[in-house]
Write a protein that binds this ligand. Structure first.
Ligand code: LLP
Length: 446
């Protein structure tokens, strides 16, 4: 039954309409228009606390991966819970600071940090840079020395394990561009210890995203353990960051064998926070170091939906299309990774209504602009509202203005109260910062 399935996201039907923490999504759609992202405060806070409590026995810090959802309303919410942040750009650091987040709880990842970004982060006083190459180490040393400061660092180890996830989001194999090869690590730490302007703080790994089994995490942590022990003895490192990547459930119907995203349906016993903690705790406890987690998707993925209105139905040669007012520019995951998002109507179908098969597509001029193909849904008609579930992570943050479509509004719900945490862009927003060169105007006049 739908109600219990959706309830896992803290979105549930009340009186036949989908609600988020008691707020009626149909009303939100009518008030602020569609498409719009709607997030549940309770779900985000609950996920943060569940992860933190699972590791209550060991000193730890959760550094939420800002790239998953960087709205300052959400960053402020997590910051208030005590969360740190994993950032990948000056822009993300700016957001964290604007949201009142603590710089000294920020880790800075990424293979292509610029001089300006490094200087900004050093001045802000971040917890550490996750260093992805030897040349970055030299760059950090030089900039910190010039500023008369020291750059705190961890090296990102590439543990060369198979995360068993989509190839675009797997990062811990030796063929990926991320991290420093395992067998180079000790030499690079030795080099780091001798460089001016470098303070060794910890060690980091990250093997990929949307990992739905404990196996790859356990394998990577065990592989790292002897290295971590040596680093602790030699350089007195303070922490071991195990990265992010905790997978979430995108398709609650998986148990019944319906198709889902990226093989996760193959796994009957999917990863939970309890099984993740159970798999990692023995090794982490033994290491006796503070542990950093960098979850993004887990924290916000199931907390958000994208609501959109059916514009029209169209019978194609062999398919029935429901064209909606959200497009791949608003949520690119299905187009980019063929990812699965559950789709539910905001108003429950009448009893006995026969489901039909639809391709749910957007208005963007690309064949890849679809959210679902051959999806069975209750009968739809123009004007109907639907929700694309589990869109809280890598939804808005990957949105663009392609086809000159304004980016959607974002709404945060708390206990029935709604706040627009990002206004829908206006048409004027679209051309802000653009200029017509004088010479174009002149040539037009002649
Ligand atoms: N730490 C590092 C170094 C990362 O590269 C990432 C994600 C994370 C943490 C957070 O991973 P998470 O816990 O969210 O899995 N756009 C893709 C996901 C890209 C993930 C990139 N790195 C998607 O929509 O599935």
């Amino acid at each position: 039954n739908r109600a219990t399935k959706v309830a896992m996201h803290s979105f549930e039907y009340q009186h036949g309409r989908l609600h988020c923490e008691g707020a009626d999504l149909v009303r939100i759609a009518d008030q602020i228009g569609t498409p719009a992202y709607v997030y549940s405060t309770g779900t985000i806070v609950d996920h943060y606390r569940r992860l933190s409590e699972a590791f209550i026995d060991i000193p730890h810090l959760i550094c939420y991966a800002v790239k998953a959802n960087s709205n300052i309303g959400i960053l402020a919410l997590l910051g208030a819970e005590g969360s740190g942040f994993d950032i990948v750009s000056a822009g993300e650091l700016h957001r964290v600071l604007k949201a009142g987040g603590r710089a000294d709880r920020c880790t800075f990842a990424g293979v292509g940090k610029t001089d300006e970004e490094i200087a900004y982060a050093i001045e802000a006083g971040i917890l550490a840079f996750n260093v992805e190459s030897e040349s970055e180490l030299l760059q950090l040393s030089e900039i910190a020395t010039r500023l008369g400061k020291s750059a705190p660092i961890s090296l990102r180890v590439n543990p060369d394990v198979d995360a068993d996830t989509h190839k675009y989001i797997s990062t811990g194999k030796s063929e990926n561009k991320f991290g420093i090869a395992y067998d180079r690590i000790l030499a690079v730490y030795e080099q780091a210890s001798k460089l001016p302007g470098i303070t060794i703080r910890g060690v980091q790994m990250h093997i990929g995203s949307q990992i739905t089994r404990t196996g790859p995490f356990a394998e990577a942590v065990e592989k790292m353990a002897p290295l971590v022990e040596q680093l602790k003895a030699r350089y007195q490192i303070e922490y071991f960051s195990v990265g992010g990547g905790i997978g979430i459930v995108y398709d609650p119907a998986l148990e019944s064998g319906s198709p889902g995203w990226w093989q996760q349906e193959k796994e009957a016993n999917r990863l939970t926070i309890a099984s993740y903690a159970e798999a990692l705790l023995p090794t982490l406890r033994r290491l006796g170091l503070k542990v950093i987690f960098e979850p993004g998707r887990y924290m916000v993925g199931n907390s958000g939906v994208l609501i959109t209105r059916v514009l029209r139905l169209k019978q194609g040669g062999s398919k029935q299309f429901a064209i909606v007012d959200a497009g791949m520019n608003d949520l690119i995951r299905p187009a980019l990774y063929e990812s699965y998002h559950e789709i539910v109507p905001l108003e429950q179908a009448k009893a006995g209504a026969l489901p039909q098969k639809y391709d749910i597509v957007g208005p963007v001029c690309e064949s890849g602009d679809f959210f679902a193909q051959d999806r069975e849904l209750p009968p739809l008609k123009p004007g109907d509202l639907i929700a694309l579930m589990s869109a809280g992570a890598y939804g808005f943050t990957m949105a663009s203005n392609y086809n000159s479509r304004p980016t959607p509004a974002e709404v945060l719900v708390h206990d029935g109260e709604t706040t627009v945490i990002r206004a829908r862009q206006t048409l004027d927003d679209l051309t802000r910062g653009e200029t017509i060169p004088d010479w174009v105007m002149t040539s037009n006049r002649s």
